[in-house]
Design a protein around this ligand. Structure first.
Ligand code: ZN
Length: 321
């Protein structure tokens, strides 16, 4: 498919962008267990070799004539990789090298906000990053990356997701905003940690959006998450321990059907939102997050030369932004 290049140990697979597949749907928990046909027809699959290791498999799908890419963060057949062990840099780098401009990322956090119930959908609009120990930037030792984080997520993509939800009339409740706190995992949080996060303004708590969202911004990819709420966070409701059940009692048994329905609705919502934007030029801060570095000659046009471990480039020296 491609010509390989790069120094030994950092072989890059150069790939042609798929026509019409400028969108990546990044599947979260449960992405490996969707009803047949939800994603459409799979046309091809590949792993992309990056300076950070291989990406998760990237699949090209066709859904009713719309082509998009799909990647399951946690595994192909089950929950094989917990959040702290996902190779976020390889996945985002792979997306960029395949020509992706927009990512809809799904995630299944727990609930802190009294307004929410398991099985609701949320379009988060802000982030609290409490991860530690994950490689969190492409710009290690590079002197660049001073990037504004407001809006945290792509507002154009969020608006399109909201419009798709209104049109879809799924009957699933959607909250148009919310603050997502990202913890390191894989363990769940303690009651004191949840009280702390609630005090800090978190509405939900999960383990996957950081550093993924920040990495996408570093490579000028629009990124917006859709959260389906899977359980109550520790101490939010008096829920006794139930042995050997999903979430060990943190999800009331009555709500499990609602949660499954919300998760299964995400691909359709994401595809409809992406379809509505396809072919439109991006006019949002995410598309030009590195513009000032480019204009001042600190970086070139090829993103592979911006990142640590990527191809070196000749030309103007790098400096602090
Ligand atoms: Zn954007």
């Amino acid at each position: 498919m491609d010509d390989q290049r790069g120094a030994p140990g950092s072989i890059l697979i150069r790939t042609k962008p798929h026509e019409g597949s400028r969108t990546l749907l990044l599947g979260g928990s449960g992405a490996y267990a969707l009803p047949d046909g939800t994603l459409g027809r799979r046309l091809s699959s590949r792993r992309v070799r990056t300076p950070y290791g291989d990406s998760n498999p990237v699949h090209l799908y066709d859904k009713d004539g719309f082509r998009y890419l799909f990647l399951s963060r946690h595994g192909e057949r089950g929950y094989e990789k917990t959040a702290p062990f996902v190779n976020y840099r390889a996945n985002i780098y792979a997306a960029k090298s395949l020509g992706v401009e927009r990512i809809v990322a799904w995630t299944g956090p727990g609930i802190l906000s009294a307004k929410c119930r398991p099985g609701d959908l949320v379009l988060p609009d802000d982030l609290l990053d409490f991860t530690r120990g994950r490689p969190f930037t492409f710009f290690e030792g590079k002197g660049i990356g001073f990037i504004r984080q407001h809006p945290v997520f792509c507002e154009a993509l969020r608006a399109s997701l909201r419009a798709a939800w209104r049109k879809g009339r799924t009957g699933i409740r959607l909250h148009a905003e919310g603050t997502y706190a990202c913890t390191e995992g894989p363990r769940l949080e303690t009651p004191a940690e949840i009280r702390f996060l609630a005090g800090a303004g978190a509405d939900m708590v999960g383990m996957t959006l950081c550093p993924e969202a920040f990495l996408a911004r570093e490579l000028e990819i629009c990124y917006a998450p859709v959260a389906y709420l899977t359980n109550y966070a520790e101490g939010v409701k008096p829920l006794p321990y139930r042995r050997a059940t999903l979430f060990e009692g943190m999800l009331p048994a009555d709500d499990s059907g609602r949660v499954e329905r919300a998760k299964n609705a995400i691909p359709l919502l994401a595809i409809a939102a992406a379809r509505a934007l396809s072919g439109k030029e991006r006019d949002c801060p995410c598309a030009v997050s590195m513009e000032r570095y480019r204009r001042s000659g600190i970086i070139g046009d090829d993103f592979r030369t911006w990142v640590s471990g990527g191809r070196s480039r000749t030309g103007p020296g790098r400096g602090k932004g």
